[in-house]
Design a protein. Structure first.
Length: 435
């Protein structure tokens, strides 16, 4: 049976701290290898992309072309199941509707000193999307990263998709077309991130990069942050389910394994106030795993990173959840809002027994690109705002400057920045002389 963290145990706090602090990232140190790839892109440009794409994807990019063309799109629509196309269109419609509501307003006002203040929102000039490719099919990642860019009115949206042995996943191309992305480079890995960050003769430099990827992609984003903006450095996926004994244990088991099947480093946690229910869920998980196509991945993830926490009452779960700060939080109880209202640290919260986390992955509306590894303590999932920047606006006439500058001058002089102070004083003197 799965090890259970019992609130009554003297070792509970220690066990919980050890569990939370466990490093679930890929153990192989790819930092130096990624650095070599980045430098190769900087030094050798498209030649490096050609060599690295041949090495890692067995694809001759110079011979067959860097970019997806209209024939590739047409073929993708022919190969893609019509029902799947309709589902992608429906998901895109719902994600669009939610993200359109996030468009911010500019503000402008004049304060009591007659200083005009405000800010304006403008879209980023360009963004690059990274989407895993090949046999891995993630049209949902296209939808979640491309639609906010389109709604924010980013003028240049490009995408990188690995093309192993020349294979382009049709559902990814279909999703890109539906979401309005037409500039797609057939490159992947850390080299794609570096190419978007620095630009090459073929790949146009972007201002910010969005999208999931493996450890190499995550490390490239980490190393290149500052040279280029990034959405986040995402770690392995996570789910935490709070459930009472009135939930169906088979449903909860499926929810927990829905994240465990992502990869062996994913994390699944159940918090309940009933030991018998905990045992039922654990048994249901064992039964379900047997029949899964991704059995080995799912079983390894659950065995190494899963946990069941048994409390006296679910009120005690609030502090634990805020400490763990999970990517996904399900609250499977009769009145989930009573708990949710007290949760500050979670990427996304799913309220009630009939909203599995997976509905948020694909079609609910909010974005599924969410903070992991407890970073929900200080960050949020991506939104339309992440594709925009806010610029402050300040305007003074002579009278307004004369009212507020003296205090600013005092602070500048205290900091030893005399020219800061001078730049205000000389304007005030001019105003005084004119009077």
């Amino acid at each position: 049976m799965k090890k259970i963290l019992d609130f009554e145990s003297k070792e509970f706090v220690k066990d919980l701290d050890n569990y939370i602090s466990k490093n679930r990232n890929i153990s192989t140190d790819v930092s130096e290898k990624v650095k070599i790839i980045i430098n190769k892109i900087i030094d050798e440009n498209d030649t490096a992309l050609k060599d690295l794409t041949l090495k890692y994807d067995d694809y001759e990019i110079m011979k067959h072309g860097f970019c997806v063309n209209e024939n590739d799109f047409n073929l993708a629509f022919k190969e893609c199941d019509k029902g799947l196309i309709a589902a992608i269109e429906k998901a895109a419609e719902r994600i669009s509707a939610f993200h359109e509501k996030q468009i911010p307003s500019n503000i402008s006002y004049t304060d009591e000193s007659n200083v005009q203040l405000g800010y304006k929102w403008t879209p980023l000039d360009s963004v690059g999307l990274y989407i895993p490719g090949g046999k891995a099919s993630y049209p949902s990642s296209v939808i979640m990263t491309a639609i906010p860019a389109r709604i924010a009115k980013v003028p240049e949206i490009s995408m990188c998709v690995p093309c192993p042995k020349g294979y382009l996943n049709p559902s990814v191309l279909v999703a890109a077309k539906i979401c309005g992305v037409e500039k797609i480079y057939k490159i992947g890995g850390a080299q794609a991130i570096a190419a978007m960050a620095y630009g090459t003769n073929t790949v146009k430099k972007v201002n910010k990069i969005f999208g999931p990827g493996n450890a190499w992609v995550a490390e490239a984003k980490r190393q290149l942050f500052g040279k280029v903006g990034i959405d986040m450095v995402a770690g392995p996926s996570e789910i935490l389910v709070i459930s009472d004994n009135n939930s169906n244990p088979n449903w909860i088991a499926a929810d927990l394994l829905s994240q465990a099947e992502h990869d062996t480093n994913a994390q699944s946690i159940l918090i309940t106030d009933d030991l018998d229910f905990a045992k039922q869920v654990d048994a249901a998980i064992d039964s379900l795993i047997i029949s899964l196509k991704r059995k080995e991945i799912t079983e390894t993830s659950w065995r190494n990173n899963g946990a069941i926490i048994v409390l006296k009452n679910l009120e005690q779960s609030i502090d634990i959840v805020n400490k763990i700060a999970p990517e996904h939080l399900e609250i499977s109880v009769e009145n989930p809002e009573l708990i949710a209202d007290k949760i500050n640290n979670a990427g996304s919260i799913f309220l009630g027994r009939f909203v599995p986390e997976a509905i948020g992955d694909y079609i609910a509306g909010p974005n599924h690109v969410l903070p992991t590894a407890s970073t929900a303590r200080f960050s949020s999932g991506i939104s339309t705002l992440d594709y925009m920047r806010r610029t402050s606006l300040i305007k003074c006439d002579p009278e307004a400057l004369n009212k507020i500058a003296p205090s600013a001058i005092k602070i500048a002089e205290n900091e030893g920045l005399e020219v800061h102070a001078l730049s205000m004083k000389i304007r005030m003197n001019n105003f005084t002389n004119e009077k």
